[in-house]
Write a protein that binds this ligand. Structure first.
Ligand code: SAH
Length: 271
């Protein structure tokens, strides 16, 4: 790709990777085996696409930028294992674009402005995926792997660690992008192989509890829980130390608290 001909759009979070070594390092980390299928989010100028098409059995790309889609389609018109959708990753239906029974490997150099919503979508629909390998801002990567009682620990940490084994693979200098972003990046890997800690009834409550308490991070659980709309709780009946603040709770503490709350809600609706 001749970068002189590319006019990056800031509004689409376009910071194209231009270093082939980093691209190869990301691809190598995927450890692609025959039969592996890959979803690439934001194919862009195609620096990762090129290697994916060579080594994966199927590649599905989703790219929002019409011009880039047109370029990639003409470049890969003869590739039989590559499908590219011009669409917004936050709007696509994985059920429609990722056919078959197998679980896909997601990979992306994510547009930074939509990192969290994409991450939450992947986590929520993790049954489509074996893993997600994502380039994100280093600071976001650190939040994803942060431990309780640290400043970086929050909603992203709890969700990333509850549903996946999450690790930072390596940091990436801002100098390998065009245009250069303001900050250092990092590649993180989420492996969705964790046994589920929550059932389908617990899940929505878990999300409400984690979001609701961290949105009032400085408050004790006792107060932040009461402020969550729709959760009309009798806190005295909950067997949990509610004087704590959310950042003190491990992922399994949040799971335990959720289960207690669900028990109370379902008791109420039966009485
Ligand atoms: N993978 C490429 C591009 C990374 S830049 C590389 O490494 O060079 C991020 C890419 O995501 C851009 O191509 C941008 O157009 C695309 N993008 C931005 N918002 C998107 C969205 N909502 N859905 C799909 N793609 C998006």
């Amino acid at each position: 790709m001749n970068y002189a001909q590319v006019h990056p759009k800031k509004s689409l979070g376009q910071n194209f990777l231009k270093d082939e070594n980093i691209a190869r390092k990301i691809i190598a980390s995927l450890n692609l085996k025959p039969g592996d299928c890959v979803l690439e989010i934001g194919s862009g100028t195609g620096i990762l696409t090129k290697y994916l098409v060579q080594s994966a059995t199927k590649v599905v790309g989703v790219e929002i930028d019409k011009n880039l889609v047109a370029q990639l389609l003409s470049q890969y018109s003869s590739a039989t294992n590559f499908l590219l959708y011009q669409n917004d990753i936050l709007k696509v239906s994985f059920k429609e674009i990722l056919p078959g029974e197998q679980r896909w490997k997601a990979v992306a150099n994510l547009p930074y402005h939509i990192t969290s919503p994409v991450l939450f979508k992947l986590i929520e629909q993790r049954h489509f995926f074996e893993s997600a390998t994502l380039m994100v801002q280093q600071e976001v990567a650190q939040r994803m792997v942060a431990k309780p009682s640290t400043k970086a620990y929050g909603i992203l940490s709890v969700f990333s660690q509850c549903y996946a084994e999450t690790q930072i693979l390596f940091d990436v200098s801002r100098h390998v992008f065009f245009p250069k972003p303001e900050v250092t990046s990092a590649v993180v890997r989420l492996e969705f192989n964790k046994p589920g800690l929550l059932n389908e009834y617990d899940e929505p409550v878990f999300r409400q509890v984690v979001r609701g308490t961290f949105n009032q991070r400085r408050k004790m659980l006792r107060n932040s829980l009461l402020a969550i709309p729709d959760l009309d709780l009798d806190l005295d009946k909950i067997n949990f130390d509610l004087k704590q603040r959310p950042e003190q709770l491990s992922v399994s503490d949040f799971v335990e608290l959720t289960k207690q709350i669900v028990r109370q809600i379902s008791n109420l609706s039966y009485n």
